[in-house]
Design a protein around this ligand. Structure first.
Ligand SMILES: [Fe+2]
Ligand SMILES: [Fe+2]
Ligand SMILES: [Fe+2]
Ligand SMILES: [Fe+2]
Length: 435
């Protein structure tokens, strides 16, 4: 496969304005849509939001009027693209449905990126974050059932497992130890740059979605669950964005942003199974090639360098969605006890020093109980166990996974204990088909 985006024609930026009629498209259908069409739509919304936000930050530091005008024009197009993509969501897809979709994006996207990441340290960071979003999916799945009576698999379609991961109460760190070591802009591959920016965009969008929607449920425990997980997504944005070399110039960053959009739409286009939505991805790809040409011209003019030095000559595939169950299970069984250390490296629970900075944060944050623990207690009160969607063998391993993944210090007072998980495991899995 060779696709040199800089050599493709695309749609010139001056021909990209559209009418409202063409911007707002018919939504997909909640029950008929392929789950990975939904994950593509969720991710591309996040990619567009980042493209828009980045250009505002750039413009605020920019004195050159010609450049400011070009940014203003393209930024408006990014915003229109965001509307088109985000508003493909149907009105009867509830906030919790969409939330399951967001965590499915996080799990299956991060697993894909980890397996296609040339830098071992970046890969390790992806695997680390993966187990946290995996646990978020498990916590929200309880609410999809308890609050809306839905089977999480209505949304996940059996592609992504729902069992305990690294317990969410242990995702709360001193935010300064989330900071990782950044790549070197001169030696990192274009794929590494695109992979990271794709994930940063996705995590940022997830944070924003929870921040903007968590209050839409009246139930206090559900609201607090959103607040708790929203805060973890802030940690995730902090963690992934810190992998980016801060010495990249704004021109270089712009180029990487447009290239990331090109690669993601290209990947959506080649994978899409919905004919109508495939046409949308195709048009967006052509528009992004136009943006890339504009950014490349600016890069050549202001930096006097060849854009291919930064983005190479071929496309990368940053968002191929497919079931990642076996990859995720392997990471889950081996790395749930992994933790961040102060030096930007990783360690395991049994090696944590007494003065590990996150203990202080956890003591305060979890001090009056963790909503994500109470979530499981409420499920147990209702149906005698938690909601899970996975192979029975994996479900049986939940106590073992908890034992490996849960810190003993600074535990929330309402933590569901190992003995309780052992009891849960003896209860039959809740069967949605039987009701
Ligand atoms: Fe865009
Ligand atoms: Fe998450
Ligand atoms: Fe996340
Ligand atoms: Fe763009």
């Amino acid at each position: 496969m060779t696709f040199n985006a800089l050599k493709e024609k695309g749609i010139p930026v001056e021909k990209q304005l559209k009418s409202w009629h063409d911007i707002v498209k018919r939504p997909y259908k909640r029950m008929d849509v392929d789950c990975y069409t939904r994950t593509r739509q969720i991710l591309m919304n996040g990619i567009e939001t980042e493209a828009w936000g980045f250009k505002h930050c750039f413009a605020r530091k920019c004195e050159d009027n010609d450049l400011k005008m070009l940014l203003a024009h393209i930024r408006r197009i990014e915003d229109m693209q965001q509307t088109t993509v985000n508003w493909l969501s149907p009105v009867n897809q509830t906030v919790l449905d969409t939330t399951l979709g967001y965590e499915q994006v996080a799990v299956d996207l991060t697993a894909w990126l980890a397996q296609n990441e040339p830098d071992d340290y970046v890969k390790e960071t992806f695997d680390f974050g993966l187990l946290e979003d995996f646990d978020h999916l498990y916590r929200y799945a309880q609410w999809a059932y308890m609050y809306e009576g839905n089977n999480p698999d209505d949304i996940l379609q059996g592609m992504t497992d729902v069992v305990i991961g690294r317990p969410t109460q242990n995702h709360h760190n001193d935010n300064t130890i989330r900071l990782r070591k950044h790549y070197d802009k001169n030696t990192a591959s274009p794929q590494t740059k695109v992979n990271i920016l794709t994930l940063v965009s996705g995590e940022q969008q997830t944070h924003n979605y929870y921040a903007e929607h968590g209050f839409m449920y009246g139930n206090d425990d559900l609201k607090k669950t959103y607040a708790e997980i929203c805060d973890v997504e802030e940690e995730h944005v902090t963690m992934y964005e810190s992998l980016i070399d801060p010495t990249e110039t704004p021109f270089e960053k712009w180029l990487v942003h447009e290239f990331t959009e090109v690669c993601n739409y290209y990947n959506c286009y080649v994978d899409e199974v919905d004919k109508r939505i495939k046409l949308i991805w195709e048009e967006m790809l052509a528009m992004e090639i136009g943006h890339l040409h504009a950014a490349a011209e600016v890069f050549k003019k202001y930096e006097n360098r060849d854009p291919e030095e930064i983005i190479g000559t071929d496309i990368v595939l940053p968002c191929h969605f497919e079931s990642q169950k076996s990859y995720v299970t392997n990471i889950l069984e081996n790395e749930t006890g992994k933790r961040l250390d102060k030096n930007g490296e990783y360690t395991f629970i049994d090696k944590l020093p007494d003065n590990w900075p996150s203990y202080d944060a956890q003591k305060i944050i979890n001090g009056k109980g963790a909503p994500t623990e109470k979530t499981i207690r409420l499920s147990c009160a209702s149906i005698g166990r938690d909601i899970v969607c996975a192979d029975k063998k994996l479900v049986k391993k939940q106590p073992e996974l908890l034992e490996k993944g849960l810190e003993h210090k600074a535990q929330a007072p309402d933590t569901v204990t190992l003995a309780e998980y052992e009891k849960i495991t003896e209860t039959d899995i809740y069967d949605f088909e039987e009701e």
